[in-house]
Design a protein around this ligand. Sequence first.
Ligand code: CDP
Ligand code: MG
Length: 706
Amino acid sequence: MEKIQLPINEYENEILKAVTHNSIVVIIGETGSGKTTQLSQIMHRHGFTKSGRVGITQPRRVAAVSVSRRVASEMGVRIGEEVGYSIRFEDRTSDRTCIKYLTDGCLLRECLSDPELRQYAVIILDEAHERSLNTDILLGLMKKLVRRRSQDLKVIITSATLDGDKFSSFFFKCPVLNIPGKLFPVEILYSMERPASYRESALQTAIDLHTQQPPGDILLFMTGQDDIDKTVSKLEERIRSLDEGSCMDAIILPLHGSLPPEMQVRVFMQVPPNCRRIIVATNIAETSLTVDGVVYVIDPGFVKQRQYNPGTGMYSLDVVQISRVQADQRAGRAGRTRPGKCYRLYPFSVYEHELLEATIPEIQRSSLASAVLHLKSLDLPDIDVLKFDFLDQPSRESLEDALKQLYLIDAIDDDGLITKIGRQMAELPLEPSLARALIAANDLECLSQCLTVAAMLSCENVFTPTSSKGASKKRERVDLNLPDGSGMGDHIQLLEIYEEWHQNHYDVEWCKNHGLQVRSMMFAKDVRQQLSSLMYKITKESLDVMTKESFREKRIMIRKLRKALCVGFANRLAQRMERHNGYRTLCYKAQLVQVHPTACPLEVDDDGLYPEYVLYNELLVTSRPYIRNLCSVEASWVKPIWAKLQHFDIGKLSGRALSTEELNIPTQEVTNCSATVTPKLSENRENIIQSARERFLARKQLKVKK
Ligand code: CDP
Ligand code: MG
């Protein structure tokens, strides 16, 4: 591949000088200036990889994969050799790999087995402006790590926005290099008012541009896969209906995080002459992926954001207004190769007065349970979670919420120390609840089934959304001849669907005939495979799909599975309200929530009552609060969980209690009280496996005796 000259290459010497003389350097550069693809190569060319790898983190999986492929091809090597990537469930690196792209979550997981990250000589925290939760934790960890490895580790923080001073003051006033971009002027045009439908307005703008404006690609920002798919098909339809020869050809390309790899590649391919590309993308095209050739940007001003409300314990996936920083980034995409135009589908007054200055960092909109669990499991000395060095401190409320959840699901003990269970959970690339459910399932001997449920839950949606209007709200699962969850809820239905698919030899046609998305089902199968091999390390048991034939056996197994799920989802239990309300209205923390219309029907008891308690996977606030993916649980399982909530000391959970005095407790006492001992990680891993094995054998013995 020919070597292209990017702005960053002109500053190679300055970068080298700064990195040589400083442990931490912040590099600010316009999107497309070459930070992601070039910095790693610069470090490699100048010998930094002699003593270790260059690791470059990406907040998005798609970016890690696509960018590493690009770098491999620039260097003329095969992916997985000198240049590789590592994302959740996929590691494409080898002994020869010296440039490794990985998601920030992956690097965090690597801290577990190697807290000093010894394989790396250089760590580049890329796209720091995105402020993903994981990157934020890594920032805090890097601050500690550079002190410990001051002689042999270089850390580079890159950002596409002008937040250099903030990073610099966080990192002991480290130097900030500004790489001037080569942006052409972008003319910004505003709508007179907000359109009734941003989708319709974006569509019309795209058609107008295509029919009236000179050549140049169009980049249209949408909020998610759903509206991208709809917009793409509508655009195709409208363009087909244009008069032959009235304007140039057009190729319409979707671009989002769950696009299959072969579709992602299409966006970077050359197009035939006299053909305009219209790229319909999520905010992935804002900074993480640069598509060259864009001259027109259409910005409806929205983004889909997941946010968490610690007060109610609710998550919602909302379409919200972008920030001014995002709006400017979007506009910038139009001026990369020549002067461009950006059409903002909102008035200037909105830009000026309504948009937030910058996006709220993910850490401030998240449940911190996984983050805190990671922190707890890193074995870093004296970590008091409520005092961890975050670039932006999360609210105390949300940190406390996370600690409570971890305590409820036995990941940390009364003293805030990670438990054996917590360690096992941290090893699993799953949210804490699911990880906990799997561990409980292992103890209850229904792990195989629980793995299937976890795998199915890891796909966004296995059901093909029905397009006909009447059916769109409520999916006609029953009509499709799908299993009904045996009256126990969605988790069980997902299990039954998978098992039936298994019995049909994973037939693609079977999925289609039953209204299931083939890609999602295949993904579930893949994830299940990988989860089993992860769990195999603990169980040493084969975890193939095992269907229970007899009704009685099946019933017993389902009950165990529900119990295991209940342990994992201890912080997501809802209680039935009143009889006359039926089961669709439940009480949760004194608020009313509704069962999502897509939920599969639950069994009623002899008195016609729905289960007193259900667990749910997701609490979603759309027009009203809904719980989605639910499963009935028994009251006797819930009682001990709620009892646990009655007494705990949040300060202790946070780690505060480990004062020097307490650490000086004579060894004997400590060993007697196993819950307060946190052995060193390396020994501990062995211990976990060993003790799991022992527990397993003990259970087997017990059964034999019975
Ligand atoms: O990270 P930053 O935004 O500074 O730039 P980059 O991602 O390193 O991109 C530098 C150049 O490589 C841009 O012109 C991209 O269009 C190009 N690139 C590409 O063509 N294909 C990729 N998969 C990644 C980057
Ligand atoms: Mg980049």
